[in-house]
Ligand binder design. Structure first.
Ligand code: 5AD
Ligand code: SF4
Length: 468
């Protein structure tokens, strides 16, 4: 057992610059705490935190506490009183300071610490150190700071030219939301793109109206976490994605609406109902599940189980029986066993996907999974990816085969690969090409689907077309 005297966790002093942030760790207690302090410094290093020797040079101060002696809590509060002064002095200079309390006292007295010392930003117990980057990002956001350099979302939206030309192919993307608050263990987006932020509904509606006036028939609403959309509505209330989609479908005469990418946790009832009520909402949904194992989903911090996903898909299919699904999968997340992978294969088998994207887990500095250990060997990841992609390929081919013999409306977005061909998208986002004139580009026309190729379909125009 070491003494309870404060000492800096890591030594080298270093000035804080815009890309580097000062970290000052005060470690009390045993070797275990010394080790934990080093681990906390490690997980923060990829976010740009470097040790500084005094708290007044630190953008973040961690007090790693020990409970072993009497009056430990009192000692913590008196130290926190001192650090509060440091934080206030820095604030007067315009510098924000994230103040965290870790260790056994944090674990035991978390609530009391927050009640008695509200200037503390983060209280974390020893089991949650791997989530420190997430907590820091949240605390920094709450203080109005940004973790990585990226200009604010609103500004970025403002830079979009108001009279953006409508694309010739009749299909346009419209960004409605940026950033993400989900903090999946493997993902850099919450750190690089910042907090979830939504454009006001009226700005989206105005832009959509201009696109429709320019001949656009299909709008794909975009966002890193698009169904977390919660923009301010013209009525002063917060609008969700379902409300926005209803207005776009109702008032604008837009023929096709899509949105991507969605998170299962944000698939609210009204959005499921919109799939039932709005024929303009295309029957194709990219809804990443990442894994079919509850253990891995928990390690990924996804906030849902495999059965939650199954239930959600059943509800969506009840609402829109011809809904085709797409997903993202990651194989070889740290800690993924053969049994976990088998659970993913079982989920794929049960759901049936029209298409999907799949990736080998790759470690991203600064994310919790990167520091988690238990990394899966590369050859195991390779084998799992191959097996998974083989099953997804069979499902994709079967889905496409099932459309042969059907007549489907295709939005032609450009020329096909061969001369004299035009190509476009079916409602289920399949690529379809036909022999036809360039004048079809930007139009929707019915196609009798006849052939399946590797990644596309071929067909012939029917005489009864919508608007050819
Ligand atoms: N390793 C592998 N795949 C990743 N993705 C995101 N981060 C990682 C990572 N570190 C995948 C997820 C996500 C998609 C856009 O990229 O499946 O849904
Ligand atoms: Fe957010 Fe998607 Fe990244 Fe998860 S994978 S943190 S939901 S952007």
């Amino acid at each position: 057992m070491n003494s309870l005297s404060p000492r800096p966790g890591v030594a080298t002093p270093q000035a804080s610059t815009s890309s580097t942030r000062g970290l000052h760790v005060i470690t009390w207690g045993c070797q275990m705490n010394v080790y934990d302090s080093e681990r906390m410094s490690d997980v923060l290093r990829p976010l740009g935190y470097r040790a500084v020797s005094t708290p007044d040079a630190a953008d973040m101060i961690i007090l790693n506490t020990c409970h072993i002696r009497d009056r430990a809590a009192e000692k913590v509060f008196s130290e926190l009183g001192r650090l509060r002064k440091v934080k206030e002095a820095r604030a007067e200079q315009g510098a924000a300071t994230v103040l965290a309390v870790a260790g056994c006292v944090a674990q035991a007295e978390g609530k009391e610490i927050l009640a008695r010392a509200p200037y503390v930003d983060i209280v974390l117990g020893p089991q949650t150190y791997h989530r420190l980057p997430e907590m820091v990002a949240r605390a920094a956001r709450a203080a109005g700071a940004v973790i990585e350099t990226d200009f604010p979302v609103e500004q970025k939206f403002d830079f979009l030219p108001a009279d953006r030309a409508a694309p010739a192919g009749g299909s346009a993307f419209l960004t409605i939301q940026e950033g993400c608050d989900k903090f999946c263990s493997f993902c850099v987006v919450p750190y690089t793109r910042g907090a979830e932020s939504s454009r006001p509904a009226q700005a989206v509606i105005d832009e959509a109206r201009r696109l429709v006036a320019g001949g656009v028939r299909e709008i794909t609403l975009l966002g890193q976490n698009v169904n977390a959309y919660h923009g301010e509505g013209p009525d002063g209330r917060t609008w969700g994605l379902a409300r926005l989609a209803r207005v776009l479908a109702g008032e604008l005469g837009i023929e096709r609406i899509r949105y991507t990418t969605s998170h299962p946790r944000d698939m609210e009832d009204d959005l499921v109902a919109a799939h039932r009520d709005l024929p303009q909402l295309m029957p194709f949904l990219h809804l990443p599940v990442q894994s079919g194992s509850d253990r891995v989903l928990a390690a990924m911090n996804r906030g849902h189980t495999a059965d939650d996903y199954r239930t959600l898909v059943a509800r969506l299919r009840e609402a829109r029986p011809d809904l085709a699904l797409s997903s993202d999968f990651i194989v070889g997340h740290p800690g993924e066993t053969d049994a976990d992978f088998a659970d993913t294969m079982r989920l794929i088998d049960e759901i049936g996907f029209a298409q999907a994207y799949s990736f080998k887990y790759s470690s991203r500095p600064g994310t919790p999974a990167a520091g988690a250990g238990m990394h899966v060997p590369e050859d195991v990841k390779d084998a799992r990816l191959q097996e998974l992609q083989a099953m997804l390929r069979v499902q994709q081919d079967a889905f496409n085969d099932a459309t042969i013999g059907q007549v489907a409306p295709v939005l032609f977005t450009g020329r096909g690969r061969k001369p004299g061909q035009v190509s476009g998208k079916s409602p289920w986002l399949q690529a379809v090409s036909v022999e036809g004139p360039d004048s079809l580009i930007g139009q929707i026309a019915n196609v009798d689907i006849r052939h399946r190729y590797t990644n596309s379909l071929g067909g012939v125009l029917t005489e009864e077309t919508d608007r050819a």
